[in-house]
Design a protein around this ligand. Structure first.
Ligand SMILES: *Cc1c(COP(=O)(O)O)cnc(C)c1O
Length: 390
């Protein structure tokens, strides 16, 4: 089997989809026309992926993207596309949970996923218990007879705890419980989650896979034990994505390896510099030694992307706002994974229930883009020089 960076280039480029050009065209379709009634009947019987049937089932543009994402996750049986990362989280959870089931959800999870559990899943009779991201094998103590699924997000996208995935998977397997991971931070390139025994890997392709901050799209890649359920749920929910968006995400995917390498290099350079600054209490970056779960990162991950946080030494939220507002090279906004740097004030204490967020001062999340790291550092240095730290 070829190496991941080679797979990234060739995956999904079947001749029948690309017709001899490098990328598949943007196939737009709702209706597929059949030669006659017998052919229509035949198409319905097969119910196969990768064949034109009806627009909701996708076109070669979608299949090429889905197949490429599947190829990037060794152990995967298939990938379903969703109109956003959050829709992908939702589709995957609905695929594995039924009324009366119990879900174990990591406490550091992306906040909209938490709201999904607390509101929609709750309203259909699914009970959620939040667990400490650092719980590891101790998760066994939280399992109930009706526990159906364990959801991981590693690292958390605000506070960056790196979970002990193999320990949690081993417990889950022993109890016949399905594991799902939000793998948006690392992507399958830096964390081949299904190889570690996770059943379902979810990506907000909106972030690094697209990489250019101009598309919303999500994906769910599953192993053989779970893929048919995810596929059925995605189809029942009527989830589709635009072929233009699929083509843009596929274009972004081809350069993921080189982009991530630069995000990693720049991110580490900025993180290490920040850690030395007197105004900074700590930097929370999975590749730095004092990050919770750093040893898990070193054991299981192949790299670090460009998203991390730092905690200021004292000062208040107004001082933090002034610090962020004064930056030149950092945009202020949600999302991340594009080519550009972003800064975001974060207050993780509002999104916790099983654990407590304690910090020396206000916190900032940075997405480090593809700019020259020295320019980013100079920008951050100018801001910190005026920061009223303790
Ligand atoms: C952004 C994000 C999502 C949701 O993706 P959207 O495409 O914005 O809906 C899910 N999980 C994580 C960790 C994210 O950062």
């Amino acid at each position: 089997m070829s190496k991941p960076s080679t797979t990234l280039i060739s995956a999904g480029r079947r001749a029948e989809w690309t017709q001899g050009i490098v990328n598949p065209a943007v196939w737009r379709a709702s209706t597929t026309l059949y030669e006659n009634c017998a052919a229509l009947e035949e198409g319905r019987k097969h119910n196969a992926d990768g064949q034109l049937f009806y627009g909701r089932r996708g076109t070669p543009t979608h299949w090429a993207l889905a197949e490429a994402l599947t190829a990037l996750e060794p152990g995967a049986a298939g990938t379903m596309l969703f109109p956003s990362g959050l829709a992908a989280v939702m589709g995957a959870l609905l695929a594995v949970l039924r009324p009366g089931d119990h879900l174990l959800m990591v406490d550091s999870v992306y906040d909209p996923t938490r709201r999904l559990c607390d509101q929609l899943l709750r309203s259909i009779g699914v009970e959620t218990t939040y667990y400490d991201p650092m719980i590891g094998a101790e998760i066994a103590t939280l399992i109930k007879p009706n526990t159906r699924a364990i959801f991981l997000e590693s690292p958390g996208s605000l506070t960056f705890e790196v979970q002990d995935i193999p320990a949690i998977v081993a417990v889950a397997r022993g109890h016949n419980i399905i594991t799902l991971i939000d793998n948006t931070w690392a992507t399958p390139l830096y964390l081949p989650a299904l190889s570690l025994g996770v059943d379902i890997s979810i990506l907000a392709c909106t972030k690094y896979i697209c990489g250019h901050s101009d598309v919303m799209l999500g994906s769910v890649t599953s192993n053989a034990a779970t893929h048919s359920r995810v596929r059925l749920m995605a189809q029942q929910l009527g989830q589709t994505t635009s072929p233009d968006d699929a083509a843009l995400v596929l274009r972004g995917l081809r350069t993921l390896d080189v982009r991530l390498a630069r995000h990693q290099e720049n991110g580490l350079k900025v993180a290490r510099w920040l850690a030395e600054q007197p105004q900074v209490a700590r930097v929370i970056h999975p590749a730095l030694r004092d990050c919770p779960g750093h040893a898990h990162w070193a054991r299981d991950f192949r790299g670090a992307s460009g998203l991390f946080s730092y905690v200021l030494k004292g000062g208040d939220k107004m001082a933090r706002a002034a610090l962020i507002d004064g930056l030149t090279h950092f945009g202020i906004g949600y999302s991340w994974g594009g080519f550009e740097s972003l800064a975001l004030p974060i207050d993780p204490e509002h999104f916790r229930s099983a654990t407590h967020w304690q910090a020396e001062g206000p916190a900032v999340r940075l997405h480090i883009g593809l700019e020259d790291a020295d320019d980013l550092i100079a920008d951050l240095a100018a801001g910190l020089a005026c920061y009223p730290a303790r």
